[in-house]
Design a protein around this ligand. Structure first.
Ligand code: C2E
Ligand code: MG
Ligand code: MG
Length: 502
């Protein structure tokens, strides 16, 4: 009897224990699934860009790897396209509130989502980079059209509190299996195509071996230049630097076959006579020098040479020539620019010295620019805004800056005969110049027709190959005297524009 009772109570106890264990087990599995859910949530959040709401580089790696391993067993071709927003986005990131940037990125993502097909994917891989993955690619031309459409849709203006903000982009594409078999090779090659497109001013480029060679060659050249710049004392290098001069002319009357030139000024443009590579243009070494800070000694040397030239050219026709010197962003930001100007340049020379500063450099920190320019102006230096129209000048700041001229970027002049839109832009800048009392110079003028169009639209200051390519000082002296002597025939100008084509 007591045995049976013992047995029953033991069973009851065990049942309770089992119930308790069940409850604990239940709690544990609830906790585990809660943990899993959180983990998934975290993963989800980590793999999405918070601003655009699009999957980011983590999802891109994961999904593209999966796509490629599936495609390796079949015949499907997959295109990987990197689409990078242009420098206006960088500028905006510096100048606009984060909410505006978030809004632009979100809008860009939404536009791209609409532009891709149902089987394709879109990722927001880095701040200013989107990656599109097109599946089942069969026709390269059709693909190119679709990428071009995506580029177009990104470039449409964003309307924000009355502002129209347009941000362009370029795209580089690589195709599986032709341009690579794995994710990293495909992304690398798409990046090379993108770099090439950017350097050539194109909006879409597909990877090819030729492109790779050209990009790699450029990178190698830049590395070699960098090494040379670093290893040699600046005094040594300065023996290899030259300054060239390109005429900036003020036009008088334009006749049927000739044009009267009323004044001649010049832009000072640096060249590097490299011991093994020959004469190198500034685009090959200035960006590297700017990145490394070597632009400061190089820029000082240009200033020093310009001061020498201004002293040499102190009488006759050359005594009237004003020289425009390019000042890079880093030079402009340097605290020593003011002291250097005072050190190398005599007071009288400074009246004939102009600094060309790009729009984006001025708009980086407009208040600082006003202060710096004010100090230099009090020493006699005047200012031009270079490549005007390519950045985002705020008109209210522009009116506060002590600027005397605007140089319309050559990209607006290049097709002015054919493009109604470019002509309208140039006209608008010219009338802005008149209203705000700026001289306006048109850069990149290459033929008679462009001279006539610009003159009709009220532009009398012109720089471009048609009035001579950048040339050494002795040659400039002859050209300057010839221009001021009597009207110059268009035939002569044409010959001049072909000279020194190197
Ligand atoms: P930039 O200041 O806009 O100079 C004008 C550039 O346009 C020059 O190129 C000039 O040769 C070119 N150009 C002039 N007319 C025409 C034309 O009719 N058609 C075409 N296609 N091009 C024309 P360059 O000499 O190669 O200089 C390129 C850039 O390098 C300059 O652009 C300037 O930003 C920079 N640079 C040149 N010298 C210096 C310098 O001493 N210091 C700094 N910081 N930058 C410099
Ligand atoms: Mg310039
Ligand atoms: Mg320019």
């Amino acid at each position: 009897m007591s045995d049976t009772h013992d047995h029953k109570s033991r069973l009851g106890f065990l049942e309770k224990e089992i119930d308790l264990l069940r409850v604990q087990n239940q709690r544990l599995s609830e906790l585990l699934s809660e943990q899993e859910r959180r983990h998934r949530d975290l993963e989800e959040r980590l793999s999405v860009d918070a601003r655009s709401g699009l999957p980011n580089h983590l999802r891109l790696s994961h999904e593209l790897d999966a796509d490629l391993s599936a495609a390796r067993n079949g015949t499907e071709r997959i295109a990987v396209v990197i689409l990078k927003l242009d420098s206006r986005m960088t500028l905006m990131t510096k100048t606009m509130k984060p909410t505006v940037i978030e809004w632009i990125l979100y809008q860009t993502g939404q536009r791209l989502l609409e532009a891709i097909g149902p089987g394709d994917s879109l990722y927001h891989a880095r701040d200013d980079e989107f990656v599109l993955v097109y599946r089942s690619v069969s026709d390269a031309n059709a693909l190119r059209t679709r990428i071009a459409a995506a580029v177009d849709v990104v470039g449409k203006p964003h309307v924000f509190s009355g502002y129209h903000l347009a941000i362009g982009c370029v795209a580089g594409a690589a195709i599986f299996p032709d341009h690579g078999l794995d994710r990293s090779r495909l992304l690398h090659n798409a990046d090379i195509a993108l770099e090439y497109a950017r350097s050539k001013g194109r909006s879409v480029k597909f990877f090819s071996e030729r492109i790779r060679e050209s990009v790699v060659e450029k990178m190698e050249l830049q590395n070699a230049i960098l090494k040379a710049l670093e290893s040699q004392a600046i005094k040594e290098i300065s023996r290899q630097f030259l300054v060239f001069f390109q005429p900036i002319v003020t036009l008088g009357e334009i006749g049927k076959d000739s044009v009267r030139i009323e004044r001649v000024d010049a832009e000072v443009l640096i060249r590097w006579d490299h011991p093994t590579r020959g004469l190198l243009g500034p685009n090959l070494f200035i960006p590297t020098a700017e990145e490394t800070g070597l632009i400061i000694p190089i820029g000082n040397w240009v200033l020093y040479r310009t001061a020498e030239i201004l002293r040499e050219w102190s009488s006759g026709a050359l005594g009237e020539v004003r020289l425009s010197v390019n000042i890079s962003p880093r030079q402009f930001a340097s605290d020593h620019l003011f002291e250097n100007v005072k050190r190398v340049m005599q007071r009288e020379g400074r009246e004939r010295l102009k600094f060309e500063i790009t729009e984006s450099c001025l708009m980086d920190d407009p208040m600082l620019a006003v202060a710096r320019m004010g100090r230099l102006k009090s020493e006699g230096v005047s200012f031009s805004v270079d490549d005007f129209g390519t950045g985002y000048s705020s008109l209210s700041y522009l009116s506060k800056l002590p600027v005397s001229s605007l140089k319309i970027d050559q990209s607006f002049v290049r097709h002015i005969e054919k493009s109604k839109q470019d002509r309208t832009i140039v006209r608008t800048i010219l009338s802005l110049g008149r209203e705000m009392n700026f001289d306006v110079v048109c850069e990149g003028v290459e033929n008679e027709q462009q001279i006539r169009i610009l003159s009709e639209d009220g532009c009398s200051c012109i720089q471009g190959y048609i009035f001579g390519r950048p040339m050494p000082a002795q040659e400039f002296r002859l050209v300057c005297e010839e221009f001021l002597r009597k009207p110059v025939s268009f035939d002569r100008l044409k010959a001049l524009s072909m000279a020194n084509m190197v």
